[in-house]
Design a protein around this ligand. Sequence first.
Ligand code: 13P
Ligand code: SF4
Length: 313
Amino acid sequence: MYKKPEFDAKYKEHLTNKIFDLKKKKGALIVAHNYQRDEVQEIADLTGDSYALACRVKEAKEELVVFCGVKFMAESAHMLSPDKTILLPVEEAGCPLADMATIEKLREKKREYPEAAVVCYVNSTARVKSESDICCTSSNAVQIVKSLSQKQIIFVPDKNLGRYVAKHVPEKEFILWDGYCVVHMRLTKDEVSKTKEIHSEAKFIAHPECREEVLELAEYVGSTAGMIKYVKESTDKVFIVGTEKGIIYRLNRDNPEKEFYVPTDQFICANMKLTTLGWLVRALEKEVYKITVPEEIAKKARVTLERMLEVTV
Ligand code: 13P
Ligand code: SF4
């Protein structure tokens, strides 16, 4: 009989050893987003949300960084740390939300609302960042918007996060971009309600990229790092998790005595799952794929990221 688990365990050990050898030989740092595969999070030097990873890469002493995540994250890391080599193991690992805004359409919007400040979610292309005033992530969006003197805000590209921020900053007027995360939009209010009926004692935590009616059911809304912190500090024992399934690895690791349920099996970001241990070996061996942003775009986009870091406490 074919014993798949044993083979998988041996192969995984083989790849893991290779990664550790190459990492040591090249003096590389491996960082992974909270949605990465379990085995990738397991071997990473650090895991985190978009904000934490960008900051940690900037502070890192290593000159070679393997970024296990999606392209906009690696681009931001590169723009904040232009002297480091940032590798994305799978070149095609993109973010459909980031591609929902273009610089041309954003320029049109700016012409329509010349008084407005443009706040751009980090899940965006470098070109869109370069046309914005300041960047934000899901962990600091409310704080960033509150820090601005302008009354009108063009929020690009995620309408769900934008609407969530607007509710927390009612004194400002929001012009929301019509973009969304295809993964978080899949979660419906009914799926959450049904899961709540089965686990009536559970607390529902959600990412702000979820639909408005889903967020209304949440006891906590925050970034992936925010959710991890909330669960760790909570005295509750059972949680329904409204974000990509990859986060369960970290939640289980940090809280072995707590239980976690996802309201839908569809909560998978295919782009985040492209990175495997095999591609990670290749990335370190061949030093691919080097993420760069043309300097004329990076020069302006970097300012929006640096402004975000200055404002965030
Ligand atoms: P976080 O910054 O909360 O980790 O989210 C990134 C992301 O892509 C959410 O879909
Ligand atoms: Fe982009 Fe959504 Fe995947 Fe996050 S979960 S990387 S927003 S597609």
